[in-house]
Design a protein around this ligand. Structure first.
Ligand code: ADP
Ligand code: ADP
Length: 241
């Protein structure tokens, strides 16, 4: 089933239409960039897919074949959908005073046992899973370090590891590289490409830099004032003005 199928979705905040009749389908295994100027509705679209924003009535959103929003209501299927969608944010959303490893365990277990912190006495299977995920994203050597002592790029890769141990089948990333220096940004984008191409995870990523969308994503959906103004291959975009 498709990662997300968005049909005729509008979202109004007071008098402001953040999304205006948006229809987009993202297939399993696709890597799609969502681009557009600030305020064009990118975040609103991502949050609508995860059910964080109830949409206006009239539109429908399905995630992996299950309806998560319809008739202006978020359905019960949204819990399952959230389990399948790994959310990545611009500010990483790790618990700064916890180790990177604990952050990933927090993702795997939902909460930390009271005897946490004694590194090495975690349930073996979960620990192996968390370490494998940290290894997968290339930050296993920082496992024992507090998240807030790591660079932005390391933290963002840790956040991706947390999504992986949560069993994400797709990654929804909202400006994941906007706070990173160019080198870290490139590494995070390359990691997303690898998870997409090698592991088959669907990726929807909002980017305000068109050149990243062209370089790393197969398909681009461009929003302007809440409407889709381009949806097609990234190679079809011309950055020269
Ligand atoms: P983008 O991610 O492309 O910058 P957003 O989805 O954040 O765009 O915002 C789209 C529009 O909706 C903007 O005009 C923004 O000000 C407005 N908006 C977003 N969130 C809210 C909110 N919680 N309350 C009111 N208006 C909002
Ligand atoms: P971004 O550029 O990442 O979309 P914003 O600065 O637009 O971030 O929004 C940050 C937060 O403020 C979001 O939670 C968004 O929903 C909310 N927000 C954005 N615009 C408005 C608004 N006009 N009124 C209320 N909340 C808003």
């Amino acid at each position: 089933a498709a990662v997300a199928s968005v049909r005729d979705v509008s979202k109004t905040y007071g008098a402001r239409k953040a999304l205006d009749g948006v229809s987009v389908e993202v297939g399993a295994g696709e890597m799609v960039a969502l681009i557009g100027p600030s305020g064009s509705g990118k975040s609103t679209l991502l949050r609508s897919i995860t059910g964080l924003h109830p949409i206006d009535s009239g539109g429908t959103i399905t995630v992996f074949g299950e309806v998560v929003q319809q008739n202006g209501r978020v359905t019960g299927a949204v819990r399952r959908a959230r389990g399948r969608l790994g959310m990545i944010f611009q500010q990483f959303n790790l618990v700064g005073r916890l180790s990177l490893f604990s952050n990933v365990m927090l993702g795997a277990l939902g909460r930390l046992p009271s005897w946490r912190g004694l590194f090495g006495v975690w349930p073996g299977a979960d620990k192996d899973k968390a370490m494998a995920a940290l290894h997968r994203v290339g930050v296993s050597e920082y496992a024992a370090q507090r998240a807030n002592t790591l660079s932005g790029g390391q933290q963002q890769r840790g956040a991706i590891a947390r999504a992986l141990v949560q069993g994400a089948k797709a990654i929804l990333a909202d400006e994941p590289v906007a706070s990173l220096d160019p080198v870290s940004a490139r590494k995070v984008m390359e990691l997303l490409v690898e998870l997409n191409k090698r592991d088959g995870l669907g990726v929807i990523v909002t980017l305000h830099q068109v050149d990243y969308a062209i370089r790393y994503c197969d398909r681009v959906v461009a929003l302007q004032k809440g409407k889709v103004v381009y949806d097609g291959p990234s190679t079809g975009l011309d950055t020269k003005r």
